[in-house]
Design a protein around this ligand. Structure first.
Ligand code: NAP
Ligand code: GLV
Length: 307
């Protein structure tokens, strides 16, 4: 049996992945395997219909943390287990990105950059980190590490998850009531949820209305969480102060999208926490070995839950 690497990554990037995965696995990943022999697929944004050609597939390992597009792929065999990527180095990178943009908002970066553009010398009161309430939606691998780093910086952190399981030093919430409680107590909202049927469109007019006036929003999860028109309305009417967006329903974001030129939007090209094959390969290899040995694999996705 053999392993297939299914990806639409540029050729050089795919070749780098292949080399690092082969090294971690200690075996070759054929560039053009006989489809009938493929029992394991390692996938990053696979070409449409990739799975249809693999009749003996037994295990799918995602090279990305988010598996929303894989779950939506009609060609994915429903009876084949799918594991997402859990790479502590990726969670560190996400926490670094969250800290960078929370600190920028906390230190009033957007306001001072606007003042600089107009050569305005004006000082504003600077709250302490403990006076700034950060609400994190999604307290999994990415959310928990981000909360840890934000707490170390002195911020007051709340989190929202499906189960509301305890996270040290974080006020945890769950359910609709818990979400409302978190939102009313949040100055900077950070979205790190998986995109599922429950979470699609969650960042909408209703949710923004539950945040205090002057709050800001960071979306580092998926574009499908955000109702962009509702965000633009909340920024324009002054209810929200600023938004930092890394992910979009259509990527690359079309050149004529109003988000590009909005003064209250900081826009990033899906770079909050890109997978680093140097660290991810070790997780992938360990999961492949576990699956082959009949041992539990990590990050197994529950399709009905959506993550
Ligand atoms: P994860 O470990 O699976 O954590 C998901 C978290 O979301 C869990 O805390 C889960 O609750 C919570 N959740 C799921 N559905 C919920 C619901 N309906 N209501 C409330 N909470 C819910 O995922 P992760 O590794 O942290 O990654 C999260 C997402 O980040 C990915 O799916 C991906 O979309 C995004 N991401 C983006 C980038 C980037 O570069 N922009 C990079 C990596 C990942 P429980 O704890 O109760 O299960
Ligand atoms: C990136 O967005 C990922 O889900 O890994």
């Amino acid at each position: 049996m053999s392993i297939a690497l299914l990806t639409r990554l540029p050729a050089a990037e795919a070749a780098r992945w292949r080399g690092l995965l082969e090294e971690a696995l200690g075996e070759a990943i054929p560039a053009k395997p006989d489809p009938a022999t493929v029992d394991i697929a390692l996938v990053a944004n696979p070409p449409a219909g990739s799975f249809e050609a693999l009749p003996n597939l037994k295990f799918i390992q995602s090279l990305w943390a988010g598996v929303d597009s894989l779950l939506a792929d009609a060609s994915r065999p429903r009876n084949v287990p799918l594991a997402r990527l859990i790479d502590p180095a990726m969670a560190d990178t996400m926490a670094e990105a969250v800290a960078a943009y929370v600190l920028d908002l906390h230190r009033q970066g957007p306001l001072y950059r606007q003042q600089q553009a107009k050569r305005v010398w004006k000082q504003h009161l600077q709250p302490r980190p403990a006076e700034r309430r950060i609400g994190i939606l999604g307290m999994g691998a990415m959310g928990q590490r981000s909360a840890e780093v934000l707490r170390a910086l002195g911020f007051t952190v709340s989190g929202w998850s499906r189960t509301g399981a305890t996270v040290e030093g974080v006020t945890m919430q769950a359910g609709d009531d818990g979400l409302e409680a978190l939102l009313t107590d949040t100055d900077i909202l950070v979205n790190l949820l998986p995109l599922t049927k429950e979470t699609r469109g969650l960042l909408d007019r209703l949710l923004f209305g539950q945040l205090p006036r002057g709050a800001s929003v960071i979306n580092f999860a998926r574009g499908g969480h955000l109702v962009a028109a509702d965000l633009l309305a909340a920024l324009d009417d002054g209810h929200l102060d600023h938004a930092v967006l890394d992910v979009f329903e259509t990527e690359p974001l079309p050149a004529d999208d109003p988000l590009w030129r909005h003064a209250k939007v900081t826009l990033l090209p899906h770079v909050a926490a890109s997978t680093d094959p140097r660290t991810a390969a070790a997780f992938v290899a360990a999961n492949v070995r576990a699956w082959r040995a009949g041992e539990p694999v990590k990050g197994l996705v529950a399709a009905e839950r959506g993550y």
